[in-house]
Design a protein around this ligand. Structure first.
Ligand code: 13P
Ligand code: SF4
Length: 304
């Protein structure tokens, strides 16, 4: 059944000139039909160059909005309309505008996990894989970093020469993880390396052998000579790595590392979106798009 549906999706996407982009947190069965799978930075860059006239985004809403901002002429469909990112909704334009006013001279660096509306008042976007590089590269010395306090804390530690004002927000899934979870997993798998996403709390990242984005974690594990790994990010990555490296062992940091928003998209949703019968077509008013896309373009300029 899964194979039949995948075959039909592959046939339809060619017939209808559709590109499927899948964030690495999607299940294996969705990644298998995607034109491209990756972390949020790689997907943003890919969105700009994909030649197809329609893009189906299998991920969360801010990712589909990013595609629309970069490719306004394309039809962009979020495969499941309920897939949001709670972190992206945590701050609004008024709050950040007020903060900017009270801290003149500061540059607002926004994690890409933000709404299009919020991006209109931000100066430059970053993703987990590009945040350190971009914050180092921009000329600004004084930075307001939103909305993820954990990623902000991690970046601040890497760049002590700059001045960071952090604002308290973050990912409810990654922020649930504690030092006790890490110690328990390490006790169960004493020979394993611990790889973690920077959306986790400092008490968790400081115990890691590697800190990086979803793609960064996957690359590290694939290239490493080690044989066992504890994975401190959404559990889809454990599954992908076990498929890719069957001779190695991957353990979730916790069974609770599940993002319900990333899990809501099914292969049937992808099928419906590709045949034009489901998902949500992303619409964006041109004034908003032009104001919001500037910080995404800066991210690509500085991120490479
Ligand atoms: P990446 O930048 O690693 O793709 O992460 C996006 C995300 O939402 C992680 O929770
Ligand atoms: Fe958002 Fe966290 Fe889910 Fe990533 S894992 S999409 S940051 S809620």
């Amino acid at each position: 059944m899964i194979k039949d549906l995948q075959q039909e999706i592959l046939r339809l996407k060619k017939e209808r000139d559709v590109c499927i982009l899948a964030h690495s947190y999607m299940g294996e069965e969705i990644c298998e039909v995607a034109d491209f799978t990756g972390d949020s930075y790689a997907l943003s860059v890919k969105a700009k160059t994909a030649p197809q006239s329609t893009v189906v985004m299998c991920g969360v809403r801010f990712m589909a909005e990013t595609v629309k901002m970069l490719s306004p002429q394309k039809k962009v469909i979020l495969a499941n309309a309920d897939a949001g990112c709670p972190m992206a909704e945590q701050m609004d334009r008024e709050l950040i505008s007020q903060l900017k006013e009270s801290m003149p001279g500061y540059t607002v660096v926004a994690y890409v996990n933000t709404t299009a509306e919020l991006k209109t008042v931000c100066d430059v976007c970053v993703t987990s894989s590009s945040a350190v590089k971009i914050c180092r590269a921009i000329p600004a010395k004084d930075i307001i970093f939103i909305p993820d306090i954990n990623l902000g804390t991690y970046v601040k530690k890497q760049i002590p020469e700059k001045n960071f004002k952090l604002v308290s927000g973050g990912c409810p899934t990654h922020a649930k993880m504690t030092r006790a979870d890490v110690l328990k997993a390490k006790a169960a798998h004493p020979g394993a390396l611990f790889l973690v996403h920077p959306e986790c709390r400092p008490e968790v990242t400081e115990l890691a052998d590697y800190v990086g984005s979803t793609s960064g974690i996957m690359d590290f594990a694939e290239k490493s000579d080690a044989k066992e790994f504890i994975i401190g990010t959404e559990n889809a990555i454990v599954q992908h790595l076990q498929f890719r490296c069957p001779q190695k062992k991957f353990y979730p940091l916790s069974k609770d590392l599940l993002c319900h928003n990333m899990k809501v998209t099914t292969l049937s949703d992808v099928y419906d979106a590709v045949r034009g019968e489901g998902g949500e077509v992303i619409e964006m008013e041109e004034g908003m798009r032009l104001a919001a896309v500037k910080c995404i373009e800066k991210m690509i300029e500085y991120g490479g």
